[in-house]
Design a protein around this ligand. Structure first.
Ligand SMILES: Cc1ncc(COP(=O)(O)O)c(C=O)c1O
Length: 371
């Protein structure tokens, strides 16, 4: 079975890092002993905050290290006033949508372009937010999940400027920044005293099981967010944070990013080649890194969806509708635009990716022809 349902790291990457993790936890416990086994600071393990402060050239007090990217995002959402409006990209990380709505916030999708987001649309949406509702933009600027789009620096800065002018908080989730496989490096985002907020995760760059993420907040938000954390989970997992702090300091973390890029490059190339060969008519994004791109099949209309998914499964490819990645206003707008499917590729061999995409094309043809 070729599985396009799960955006997980390759097992080979976890096998490669496993001895380093084993050694890292042992060293962390030996070095920090009871300190990392006792209750600790709400904001995370100090040495990890210090090293992240150095990386982002900012005061470590502004860094909150937590149990994963989603946890820090969730804590941020929890810290917002009730009924805040969160603007997200037209397709986004589905759990962020669910989590924001769980707190009672309103989520609204902004149009995307091949360069990032449509800045006119963003400006309009921010202007339409009723007075009294806090405004936030949440975006994934590098190898966006799920579209694969990387913002141009110009577009990213334009978004920050628009947010600044409209009194909106700009939050960038940069968890795919180091996962660029085309030989280029992404330019890190600079943070000033007032923002933007940066959020990230070591799930895709180390392992999901070790579960660690962080955010860089403007100084004036720290007190309030810390209170929310104090009432939610007290300290995060400290042995993990001690391991990661030492792993980064030793240089092994950066070395491992190169291992990942070498492992994932042929997989990305296989995806791009197969997309070009079989779905060029819908002009899918050419991946330069990250974990997936989003494929649209306009001919697979709503009534053909179930048959398409079932036929794909019978042909050996597991897929699902990507409808959960769209905010309610975008779901409405996408009515009649056909089927959307995510294509997470890092856990698949290049041959499987090529075969999987080719099979989707064949199944599509037979479903269109057969109805
Ligand atoms: C954009 C984005 N942010 C955050 C996360 C979650 O990271 P974590 O597993 O650290 O909670 C993911 C995981 O897929 C993601 O794609």
């Amino acid at each position: 079975m070729i599985n396009f349902l799960r955006g997980v790291p390759a097992d080979e990457s976890l096998e490669k890092i496993s001895p380093l993790v084993a050694e890292g936890y042992k060293e962390a416990i030996n070095k920090y002993g009871a300190t990392v086994l006792q209750y600790g600071h709400f904001g995370g393990f100090k040495p990890l905050r210090d090293i992240l402060g150095e990386i982002y050239n900012t005061d470590p007090e502004r860094i909150i290290a937590g149990n994963g990217g989603l946890e820090v995002i969730s804590l941020f959402f929890k810290s917002l006033p009730p009924n805040s409006t969160i603007i997200v990209e037209e397709a986004t990380y589905d759990r962020v949508l669910l989590d924001a709505m769980q707190y009672g916030h309103k989520v609204v999708g902004v149009e995307m372009t091949s360069e990032g987001v449509n800045s006119d649309d963003l400006e309009r949406l921010l202007r339409e937010i009723p007075a009294g509702s806090a405004k936030v933009f949440y975006g994934i600027p590098f190898h966006q999940n799920p579209t694969g789009i990387t913002y141009t620096e110009e577009n990213r800065k334009a978004v920050e400027e628009i947010c600044g002018k409209q009194d909106a908080i700009c939050a960038w989730d940069v968890c795919y920044e180091s996962l660029r496989y085309d030989g280029n490096k992404n330019t890190p985002i600079e943070v000033s005293d007032g923002g933007p907020i940066l959020m990230s995760s070591f799930t895709k760059t180390i392992s999901p099981g070790t579960k660690c993420g962080y955010m860089v907040l403007p100084k004036e938000m720290i007190g309030h967010v810390t209170n929310v954390i104090a009432n939610t989970r007290i300290n995060p997992n400290l042995p993990t944070q001690a391991f990661i702090a030492e792993f980064i300091k030793s240089g092994k973390y950066d070395e491992f990013q190169n291992v990942l890029c070498d492992l994932y490059k042929p997989r990305m190339d296989a995806l791009n080649t197969a997309m070009e060969a079989h779905f060029s008519e819908t002009d899918p994004v050419r991946a330069t890194g990250g974990f997936s791109v989003l494929l649209n099949m306009p001919e697979i209309t709503e009534e053909k969806e179930d048959l398409f998914v079932k036929s794909a499964k019978e042909a050996g490819v597991s897929i699902g509708s990507a409808s959960a990645v769209f905010a309610p206003n975008i779901l409405e707008k996408n009515r009649g635009k056909g089927f959307f499917v995510r294509t997470p590729f890092p856990a698949l061999e290049p041959e499987q990716i090529g075969q999987g995409i080719a099979t989707l094309k064949e199944v599509k043809q037979s479903v269109i022809g057969g109805l």
